[in-house]
Design a protein around this ligand. Structure first.
Ligand SMILES: C[S@@+](CC[C@H](N)C(=O)[O-])C[C@H]1O[C@@H](n2cnc3c(N)ncnc32)[C@H](O)[C@@H]1O
Length: 247
């Protein structure tokens, strides 16, 4: 097996992709455009906490969001983290009060890494996280809260409308999607991560039947992938979206 390079990701111009040869192989073997096998290759190459996109802890953007409002006010509320990686954010959602958090990832090694992180955390809340290996586009369920953090930006742009529709399908009638809009980098070309903007998410989510609210985040709440720590960060915003029929 050849060694795969995990990019240092010091600058946002860096990519989360593998080598050019691996990118070409990915294009040829993709199951569908939103389920690239390159993610498993990246994880299986030994992605460590704090490398590439991995923050090493819960996203500051999520912690800021949860500090401003209560999203788990009833018993029995469920949250979903699609493309969860090591599931740091899932544990933060349990701490916020969700009774069950489903941490979903396509890559088997990501799911193993999430389970290992949760087991090592010695946090009793870890028992409320269910790690699921699977494709978001095939996932079924009903959730009160969905936290999208560097999941949309990791997906091929051709599947964005399907991402919005699947997100809408998975949300309870009074559910909330919270999305970390990152990286906001207007001049960035290509990806992953593909550049996002609040307007781009609105243009995807409003036709799917969601009302959107954009929340500006201050520096302390910016999303910081591990390999970007101390570097030149692209912007972050928070977007909250609710089914349009909900009052
Ligand atoms: C950029 S990483 C972000 C991981 C995590 N949210 C974080 O911030 O550390 C994107 C993750 O999405 C997962 N992924 C990609 N396509 C997916 C799909 N169709 N369904 C579920 N997970 C997927 C990848 O395996 C990868 O772990």
């Amino acid at each position: 097996m050849h060694a795969l390079c995990i990019p240092p990701f010091r600058s946002f111009h860096a990519s989360w992709s593998l080598t050019p040869a691996a990118d070409a192989a990915r294009a040829a073997t993709m199951v569908h455009a939103g389920a690239s096998p390159s993610w498993e290759q990246m994880w299986a190459a030994g992605l460590q906490p704090g490398q590439a996109f991995d923050v090493g802890s819960a996203s500051a953007t999520l912690l800021g969001c949860l500090s401003r409002d209560s999203y788990a006010g009833r018993t029995g509320m469920r949250a979903l983290v699609p493309g969860c990686g090591r599931a740091y954010d899932a544990l933060a959602l349990v701490a916020h009060g969700f009774d069950e958090v489903v941490a979903l990832d396509l890559a088997p090694t990501a799911v193993q890494s999430a389970r290992a992180f949760l087991a090592a955390s010695e946090d009793a809340g870890a028992a409320r996280v269910t790690c699921v290996e699977g494709d978001f586009f095939e996932h079924a369920g009903t959730y009160d809260f969905i936290w999208d953090c560097t999941f949309l930006c990791a997906l091929d742009p051709s599947v964005r409308m399907r991402w919005a529709e699947r997100t809408r399908t998975l949300l309870a009638p009074d559910g909330v999607l919270a999305a970390c809009v990152f990286p906001i980098a207007p001049n960035k070309v290509g990806g992953p991560p593909f550049a996002l903007s609040p307007q781009l998410l609105k243009d995807l989510l409003e036709p799917a039947g969601l009302r959107c609210e954009v929340v500006e985040v201050d520096d302390s709440e910016r999303h910081v992938p591990g390999a970007m720590k101390g570097g030149n960060l692209p912007g972050t915003a928070l977007l909250l979206a609710r089914p349009a029929a909900a009052s």
